[in-house]
Design a protein around this ligand. Structure first.
Ligand SMILES: [Zn+2]
Length: 493
């Protein structure tokens, strides 16, 4: 009996180890690519000039700074004359830009590069915390400082530099190239990416590859892995806020009921926090571990990633201890606003709270609402959505020629980088293209400091000066590599 168990355990150990050994990454390709000689100083000055134009997306109802967007458009036209002379250009909703460079072979599906013109406002009261003024585009200490430097003018200018550069060499693509520069991404893209994606559908422009902002190259992020990791977003979480409301009796606080409006609402929120959404390790997040960082990790970690079929429950429990990792494997629950009471000795007649949810792919807004009602299970608490849910974006294919094209380009321009598909916690304009193409990826070609992404909407946004010009090289190489690839959608028309 014991011998039998010992034998089984030995066999299991062998299986685990063999699987870990077999979890190897593809042999790196021998790159034919040599970096172009670019006028990096001139590129930097063009970029800095763009940062100085405050194309801020104000909150809905606060209007918009038309002047800034008009100036920004004129700035681009002046500094990228070939793009503006040779590509077809359309403005959508006055300020969003759509460029089309028709390919010589109309049977090939197009490449779509997205970036957005708008930036988030600088938080009121935080101006003094900026090391350099947010719209001064100061270069100092190895960084380019400014609102929008990372999100997303780095992407926008890198794309324009790449295309201007190709035009200067009389490059003629066989595959059509589209540039989509929305002006309201920070507001969800209702007047930019939404109508532009609709135009693609109406005109039946086939798409083979979409690339937008999202991930970047991170280092020192994952235990057991020293190599830089290119995070390529292949799916996006959804977004929904729910209002919880309790009508109380009100009245004087000298004779309170057993449970006040505040008590009832607090209990409801506690139940939500104690009954978080179940964790799931699938889709983009599973691919992140198994196909992304797994093969490049130390043997110890590979033993885990290669054997999630067995170790998944333990692994999920480990992930749960980190809020960031937990957010990759479940729909998150975040109470964000609580309102009740006006006077110290008066019971509130009403208590209201807002809870924000980020939806895992596969969990719809309707499902979340239903579960919230079931978990609270209290007829005194009204549960209603604050607005329509933004549903999650399903995973794009990672076994596609389009994903291989993006990966190859990253490996060429950033040698030694590990490619990891992942689930984006936020939203981008590219989600509106997901219905048109199952090859939508989100990646900015820049290596970031550990807190780089956090700075994107915060104080002291900046990007490293070193590697700035690799952005333009990356997009140029991507366009070239897409030419040689056989993308889905090719030959469809
Ligand atoms: Zn952005």
């Amino acid at each position: 009996m014991w011998r039998w168990i010992g034998g089984a355990l030995a066999l299991l150990g062998l299986v685990l180890c063999v699987r870990a050994v077999m979890l190897q990454s593809d042999v790196p390709i021998a790159s034919e690519w040599t970096p172009e000689v670019l006028d990096e100083a001139a590129m930097l000055e063009r970029f800095r000039g763009g940062l100085r134009i405050p194309t801020v997306s104000l909150q809905p109802g606060q209007g918009m700074d038309e002047e800034a967007f008009t100036a920004f458009r004129a700035y681009l036209a002046h500094h990228y004359p070939r793009v503006h002379a040779k590509l077809e250009r359309e403005t959508v909703s006055e300020h969003s830009l759509l460029f089309r460079w028709p390919g010589s072979d109309p049977s090939l599906a197009g490449t779509v590069l997205l970036a957005h013109q708008d930036v988030v406002p600088v938080d009121k009261g935080s101006e003094g915390d900026w090391v350099h003024p947010p719209y001064a585009a100061v270069v100092e200490g190895g960084f380019i400082w400014g609102r929008g430097s990372l999100d997303d003018k780095f992407g926008l200018f890198s794309i324009l530099e790449a295309v201007e550069n190709l035009l200067a060499e009389d490059f003629q693509p066989r595959r059509s190239l589209y540039l989509v520069f929305g002006h309201d991404e920070e507001l969800g893209g209702p007047n930019g990416a939404v109508p532009i994606a609709r135009l693609f559908a109406e005109r039946r422009w086939p798409i083979g590859l979409v690339l937008d902002e999202g991930g970047a190259i991170a280092q020192g992020m994952v235990p057991g892995l020293d190599a830089p990791v290119a995070l390529v977003g292949v799916a996006e979480k959804g977004y929904m806020s729910v209002i919880l409301e309790v009508e109380g009796m009100g009245g004087h606080s000298s004779a309170p009921p057993d449970q006040s409006a505040i008590g009832i609402l607090s209990a409801a929120i506690t139940r939500l926090e104690e009954n978080r959404f179940p964790m799931r390790l699938d889709g983009a997040t599973r691919a992140f571990f198994e196909e992304g960082i797994g093969p490049a990790s130390s043997f110890g970690m590979r033993l885990v990633y290669a054997n999630l079929w067995l170790l998944e429950p333990l692994f999920l429990r480990a992930l749960e201890s980190s809020p960031l990792m937990a957010s990759m494997v479940r729909t998150t629950t975040a109470p964000t606003i609580f309102h009740a009471g006006l006077k110290e000795n008066v019971l509130p007649a009403r208590a209201q709270a807002t809870v924000n949810f980020r939806l895992l792919p596969g969990e719809s807004g309707a499902l979340v609402l239903d579960r919230v009602r079931k978990v609270i299970d209290d007829g005194r608490v009204t549960v209603s959505p604050l607005s329509e849910a933004r549903e999650s974006s399903p995973s794009s294919r990672i076994d596609s020629a389009a994903f291989a094209t993006v990966s190859t380009t990253i490996r060429e321009v950033f040698p030694g980088t590990v490619i990891a598909p992942y689930l984006l916690l936020g939203g981008t304009d590219s989600r509106y293209f997901r219905e048109l193409c199952d090859c939508v990826y989100r990646f900015l070609p820049i290596a970031l400091e550990p807190d780089g992404l956090r700075r994107a909407h915060g104080t002291n946004e900046r990007i490293p000066l070193e590697g700035f010009s690799q952005g333009a090289r990356f997009f140029r190489r991507l366009i070239e590599n897409a030419e040689a690839a056989r993308l889905g959608g090719d030959g469809a028309s």
